[in-house]
Design a binder for this molecule. Structure first.
Ligand code: SAH
Ligand code: DHB
Ligand code: MG
Length: 223
């Protein structure tokens, strides 16, 4: 099959799975619609990946979750819905404008009590959490600027305990990570290599099929 044909098939497979397993309720539809109307980039996780995040949050029994990169709050809604009852999510976002849209979307989803959106450069917010001796998180989802991934991995490990689930979006980038000369994915390549080699975690990258192939890193902190 030619490349366009392959992409179309991947999109149809992604839609098939999403239609079956990730029906969008009013809160999720509104979050997507309002993010788009506010002019935010259309780079939220897919419906199927959102479903996966919700499941992973539930399977891990997470009570305290951290997200790096909020955008309009679409992935935050899924993570928060997967938490153990009474659980909380702290989501870090650079842009005040994105945070405002996200807070509205979370409010509409009935999640304002469970989710805090904190504005600032995630590097600074993460350092402040570590300095303050924050209780370790049970789950961390990395999805902000791709150049920051190696730093976010280190910072996440500082804020983890054995058993913490570390997740990171966009770790395949349409296969561009395969090309050692591709500068746009150098930091992601570095992230994947470190994650694979770091004795503090056991990890894998799961390719995700969409029109473009991407991937999610799934890691468990072992010590
Ligand atoms: N997790 C979201 C998508 C996040 S898109 C979802 O799936 O719904 C990436 C977000 O990271 C953008 O909103 C961008 O503003 C934010 N971002 C980029 N650089 C950042 C930084 N240094 N610190 C915190 N957030 C950052
Ligand atoms: C893109 C996709 C993402 O999921 C993200 O977090 C950032 C950028 C993109 O396709 O450009
Ligand atoms: Mg992403």
């Amino acid at each position: 099959m030619d490349q366009d044909g392959t992409r179309e098939l991947l999109a149809r497979i992604d839609d098939y799975v999403a239609d079956l397993f990730a029906p969008q309720d009013e809160a999720l539809e509104a979050a997507r619609r309002d993010s788009e109307e506010a002019g935010l980039p259309a780079i939220s996780v897919s419906a199927g990946e959102g479903r996966l995040l919700q499941l992973l949050a539930g399977i891990s029994g997470a009570r305290r979750a951290l997200e790096i990169g909020t955008l309009g709050g679409y992935s935050a809604i899924h993570l928060a819905r997967g938490l153990t009852p009474g659980g909380t999510l702290l989501s870090l976002e650079l842009e005040e404008r994105h945070a405002e849209v996200a807070r509205r979307n979370l409010e509409r989803a009935g999640l304002s009590e469970q989710v805090e959106v904190r504005v600032g450069d995630a590097r600074a917010s993460l350092a402040a959490l570590a300095d303050a001796g924050a209780e370790p998180f049970d789950l961390v989802f990395i999805d902000a600027d791709k150049e920051g991934y190696p730093d976010y991995l280190e910072a996440s490990l500082v804020l983890s305990r054995p058993g913490t689930l570390l997740l990171a979006d966009n770790t395949i980038r349409d296969g561009r990570v395969l090309d050692p000369s591709d500068t746009s994915t150098a930091a992601i390549r570095e992230f994947n290599q470190r994650l694979a080699a770091d004795p503090r975690v056991e990890a894998v990258v799961l390719p995700l099929l969409r029109e473009k192939v991407d991937g999610i890193a799934i890691a468990r902190v072992v010590g």
